[in-house]
Design a protein around this ligand. Structure first.
Ligand code: NAD
Length: 527
């Protein structure tokens, strides 16, 4: 199945696709130019005119079919993403199949409840009824990164479809090969149930294709990617007045108190920092440890990391830490670590490429004695690197935690739940885990996902994620079978005094102010 062939005539330019774990060539995918992107959005718009009228049950039928395919084809999905990204097979299942299945299940079970019209109060308009309706926006766009090829596709597609929209996705050029093979799961499910598969389309390419999508007539955009490109996307979206959900990078802190269960904390740190070779927006990058347990934590980290296996993940080979997506990404991590060591950081373990590896592997690395002024404490690393810093007390830990421009996820470990909650509430982040890795919030699909500060704005997942795909429309109508119109004109001489007195009567603080309103109103009406 090739969407590209159906969606757009091949352009002369092609993306060459390779496996980062083995260097093997996977194939190539044609790049879409501006005209092809606009054509894809036009087709999506035509398809959406019918789709927007479908019932929630009809949409659930499609999503149920998608879920069946995801579960039946779990091995194929895992194989595709493992080959395209160099990630481990275990991460392919937990990070891609599991998360997508969880999102589908949540949307099937709870989606309608959050998109049904919602009654709200009318204030003083007692003769009226008011409600919020959640109407589809139209055609949505999504520009997504490479770290979870299937999840990054499915994440914007599922809520977009369920809310009655069509969607055009531009996947990362680094995972064009697997995206092209996996999008059929959605298109085939639509086709099977008599809907137009053009409700979901891919457009492949680089930054230019992304920019073209923003200006192609879409009604909303989700951008998941780096802060640098997020700013460019925002600038282009401003030109076309396209609303954007921006999911950008992070530099998540993990605060470890002196009374923490260290086994629990180490497990959370390793999971948080090394899943997907650390190529996670919510990676546990900065480990902020109370000085009383600082050396103990470093020793435990060294010990646990020495047990991990790294390499190319195959059917007969169990691997803990996979490859970096590109040689460039590996060089960026290498450079940041080298400069941190030059600036005075202490190397606890790792700090180099995995020797003898054929692919792009960087050893799990722990650096200690970091301070917030160091470059590596301010830049997103996006690799298997844990940066450990010391804090004398809880306030110092919070200050360190908040000392970057990012605010995505966070974790706090303490046996005193009240203390952990107090610290968690002071950390500037969109998500926080107490006595577990903060990225775990992603596995509870009812929770929203998104950041503050330079980590972006808007939310994916949960009720807010679904409603972000909607025009939240305010509707007011008569409560009774007769109309009392709001008659403003012609304005009468006493209208000013009547309005002023009525405001006091309706909204005054306490009986006294409201009683003044009553008296003034009576006087105004008499005049
Ligand atoms: P990236 O910014 O390089 O690319 C992301 C997507 O944007 C790709 O599809 C790319 O082709 C496209 N793009 C690049 N320049 C563009 C432009 N000027 N206009 C329009 N589109 C453009 O990011 P990446 O390297 O693919 O992914 C890694 C980054 O993504 C990290 O910073 C990571 O933290 C972030 N990320 C964030 C989340 C989140 O939910 N907050 C999730 C995953 C990844």
């Amino acid at each position: 199945m090739s969407i590209l062939i159906e969606a757009a005539a091949p352009s002369p330019e092609r993306i060459e696709c390779h496996s980062p774990a083995t260097g093997a060539r996977l194939g190539s995918v044609a790049v879409c130019d501006g005209a092809q992107v606009r054509a894809a959005v036009d087709r999506a718009r035509r398809a959406q005119r019918t789709w927007r009228e479908t019932s929630f049950e009809a949409r659930r039928v499609v999503l149920r079919s998608v879920l069946t395919r995801v579960l039946d084809e779990a091995d194929r999905i895992a194989d595709c993403v493992t080959r395209d990204t160099g990630k481990t097979r275990e991460n392919a299942v937990t990070g891609e199949v599991w998360t997508v299945a969880a999102k589908l299940r949540w949307t099937l079970d709870e989606g309608e409840r959050h998109l049904r019209p919602e009654r709200v109060s009318t204030g003083f308009l007692l003769h009226k009824r008011a409600r919020l309706e959640f109407r589809p926006l139209g055609v949505l766009g999504a520009i997504v990164p490479w770290n979870y090829p299937f999840q990054n596709l499915a994440n914007p597609i599922i809520p977009a479809l369920f809310a009655g929209n069509a969607i055009v996705v531009k996947p990362s050029e680094w995972v064009a090969w697997s995206s092209e093979r996996l999008i059929g799961i959605f298109r085939d499910a639509l086709k099977e149930h008599g809907h137009d598969p053009d409700l979901v389309q891919l457009v492949h390419g680089y930054a230019e294709t992304g920019q073209a999508l923003i200006g192609a007539g879409i009604q909303g955009l989700t951008f998941i990617g780096s802060g640098k490109n997020g700013r460019r996307v925002l600038a282009e979206a401003a030109k076309h007045v396209v609303p954007v959900v921006l999911e950008l990078g992070g530099k998540d802190p993990v605060v470890v108190c002196d009374d923490a269960n260290l086994d629990c904390a180490i497990a959370g740190m390793l999971g948080g920092a090394l899943i997907n070779a650390g190529q996670n927006c919510v990676a546990a990058e900065r480990i902020i440890v109370h000085e009383a347990v600082y050396e103990q934590v470093l020793e435990k980290l060294r010990e646990e990391i020495s047990k991990l296996r790294q390499g190319s993940s195959g059917l007969d080979q169990v691997i803990d830490v996979g490859a970096m997506i590109t040689p460039l990404q590996l060089e960026i991590v290498e450079g940041l670590v080298t400069r941190a060591l030059e600036a005075g950081a202490r190397l606890v373990c790792g700090g180099e490429r995995a020797p003898g590896a054929r692919g792009d592997f960087y050893k799990p690395t722990v650096l200690a004695d970091l301070t917030p002024d160091m470059e590596i404490m301010q830049e997103e690393v996006f690799g298997p690197v844990l940066l450990v810093a010391k804090a004398g007390n809880d306030s110092a830990a919070v200050e360190l935690a908040n000392s970057t421009p990012f605010g995505l996820g966070a974790s706090v470990f303490s046996r005193d739940a009240g203390r952990a909650r107090r610290i968690a509430s002071r950390i500037e982040s969109g998500m926080v885990g107490i006595n577990d890795f903060g990225g775990l919030t992603y596995m509870a699909q009812a929770l929203t996902f998104g950041g503050v500060k330079e980590s972006g704005f808007g939310r994916m997942n949960g009720r807010e994620g679904l409603r972000a795909c909607c025009n939240v429309k305010s509707v007011i109508e008569d409560r009774f079978p007769f109309s009392v119109p709001a008659k403003v004109f012609p304005v009468k001489p006493q209208d000013y005094a009547v309005a002023k007195a009525t405001v006091k009567l309706l909204y005054g603080n306490g009986l006294r102010q409201r009683w003044t309103g009553v008296r003034e109103l009576a006087r105004a009406l008499r005049s």
